[in-house]
Design a protein around this ligand. Structure first.
Ligand code: ADP
Ligand code: MG
Length: 255
């Protein structure tokens, strides 16, 4: 029997079906259907308050949802948090980088990166430190390993956060506006590290306002408006010939 390895036939790494999420009376995600294949880079765009953070936080179980279902690498998340074992597995398989770097302030850079593999994966200190050093090298801050987060620039801290997430050998990386809190001159170094990760084949979901990055790196761009996916397409298609008026309006304001 021949095996078909084309992307369309692979098992999706994320499958969201009819996901609905409310905060009290506020209906924040409306019938979200989203499928992501291994190796895909998906950029999520939309106005502030449209539900982008909530969407990606649902994928790693940081937010509960009320209807629909989400499957992440074969682990099923059910509505209203009824999926604790899947949740544990998803948390170890999915890395996340936030707008605020969320590093442990009392730990050195090296300890920030090596802690979780020891605690969660049970690696020896030697293995965890060796991996941490390799990852810090990869994001270009090997020389900062002994420092504390407060001694680093924002761009360096965000690259530590990236190395820390990668140390868990995630199957999927989620990014929630990773450059929004950075001074302009530091945005490039973080985007470069993300671009490199994409090139290596990491599956990534990236919420960002960096349209240049989206155009260059994304396989697919998803536009979300008031909790609904309005349109999704390859970046040149979505940016150059958006089909929906809402997408056109949004892009005319941000491009
Ligand atoms: P975005 O990331 O696109 O800016 P969010 O997903 O953060 O949007 O928020 C979508 C909507 O949900 C907003 O109206 C926001 O105020 C609301 N919201 C987000 N988090 C909470 C929360 N924990 N409690 C109540 N409302 C929330
Ligand atoms: Mg957000």
């Amino acid at each position: 029997m021949t095996q078909d390895n084309s992307p369309s036939s692979a098992e999706p790494i994320v499958h969201m079906a009819k996901v609905n999420k409310s905060f009290g009376d506020l209906h924040v995600l409306k019938d979200i259907d989203l499928t992501i294949q291994p190796g895909e880079v998906v950029v999520v765009i939309g106005a502030s308050g449209s539900g982008k953070s909530t969407l990606i936080r649902c994928i790693n179980g940081l937010e509960e949802f009320q209807h629909g279902h989400i499957e992440v690498d074969g682990n099923e998340l059910l509505p209203n948090g009824r999926s604790s074992r899947a949740l544990q597995r998803i948390r170890t398989e999915v890395g996340m980088v936030f707008q605020q770097f969320n590093l442990f302030p009392h730990l050195s850079v090296l300890d920030n990166v090596s802690l979780a593999p020891m605690k969660v994966r049970g690696w020896s200190r030697t293995d965890a430190v060796e991996t941490a050093e390799r990852l810090l090298e990869r994001v270009g801050i090997a020389d900062q390993a002994r420092k504390y987060p407060s001694q680093l620039s924002g761009g360096q801290q965000q690259r530590v956060a990236l190395a820390r997430a990668l140390a868990m050998e995630p199957r999927l990386m989620l990014f929630d506006e990773p450059t929004s809190a950075l001074d302009p001159e530091m945005i490039g170094e973080v985007l470069d590290a993300m671009r490199e990760l994409a090139r290596e084949g990491m599956t990534m979901v990236v919420v960002t306002h960096e349209m240049g990055f989206a155009r260059e790196v994304a396989d697919r761009v998803v536009y979300i408006h008031k909790g609904e996916i309005v349109e999704q397409a390859a970046p040149d298609v979505l940016f150059d010939s958006p089909q929906h008026e809402r997408t056109q309006n949004f892009l005319s304001r941000v491009l």
